[in-house]
Design a protein. Structure first.
Ligand code: BTN
Length: 259
């Protein structure tokens, strides 16, 4: 499997206007989020992408570590959106991952609220959005995407039983280059569609594996249980409790009760 992730191999004939037209590649680094943040603070051009061959200190949501050894995909994209589009970034990033995995591998994936991408019920990709916001001014927003591409699960027993990889599901390796190039095209397409009112929200809602299921949601110290009834346009989850009451959860970690 060709594994050349040089900036030129990514940008060559890439059919985007700005996302991925500038790529910074590191064979190994701490976290693409860290480098991207520094770049953004120095005014990097919108759409700059930081890609790593492996991360030594990859970070996940809720201050968790994210394992991203060689063979996995780790990248961060720098954007300067208007504040009104910030909640849509989670939706568009997870949809772009679902679309690109489908197009490159034929695998069908689903989204677990808010933005884990699952194949056959196990996590194959995680997304982290970090932004610098002052009042209504967004200094930057960074979409970080990690995909377990070519990982032999037997080498990473700590990932089992909740995670999987594309190669594990397919029984063969995938081209990280192809997945990354497709992902950048998809992200730009969805990002440019935001102002024309195309409904990313509806597609994201319909791709959620969570809705209608009994879930347990951890947000901060609170744990809520109930049926995931729906999601609002700002991305929050509406949870129906057994006593009939409804809670709106803006951010949290959902576990399906049957898992
Ligand atoms: C999660 O599911 O908790 C989110 C994981 C996000 C991982 C990606 S890999 C690329 C980018 N760099 C990081 O350090 N984290 C994100």
């Amino acid at each position: 499997m060709e594994n050349n992730l040089s900036p030129t191999s990514i940008t060559h004939n890439l059919e985007t206007r700005f996302i991925g037209q500038r790529v910074i590649y590191y064979p190994s680094l701490t976290s693409t989020m860290e480098v991207a943040k520094r770049e953004a603070q120095q005014g990097a051009v919108e759409g700059t992408v930081v890609v790593a061959g492996e991360q030594m200190a990859g970070r996940g949501r809720k201050k968790r570590a994210w394992l991203s050894p060689k063979g996995s995909i780790a990248l961060s994209i720098i954007l300067y959106p208007s504040v009104v589009y910030l909640p849509s970034l989670i939706m568009l990033a997870s949809l772009a991952v679902v679309h690109s995995i489908g197009e490159v591998t034929g695998l069908r994936s689903q989204i677990k609220w808010p933005n884990d991408v699952l194949v056959n019920g196990r996590k194959v990709s995680g997304i982290l959005i970090e932004s610098g916001v002052r009042g209504k001014i967004v200094d930057y927003a960074i979409i970080g995407i990690g995909i377990n591409a070519n990982l032999r699960l037997s080498d990473f027993p700590e990932l089992l039983p909740l995670a999987t990889s594309l190669s594990n599901e397919l029984g063969r390796d995938v081209s990280p280059l192809e997945v990354i190039r497709r992902l950048l095209v998809e992200i730009e397409r969805l990002y440019l569609a935001l102002p024309v009112g195309e409904s990313i929200y509806e597609e994201w809602r319909d791709s959620l594996v969570t809705l209608g299921k009994k879930v347990r949601v951890k947000s901060g110290k609170a744990i809520d249980e109930g049926i995931a009834e729906s999601v609002a346009r700002d991305g929050s989850l509406l949870l129906r409790h057994s006593d009939g009451s409804l809670t709106k959860i803006v951010a949290g970690e959902a576990t399906l009760a049957d898992k």
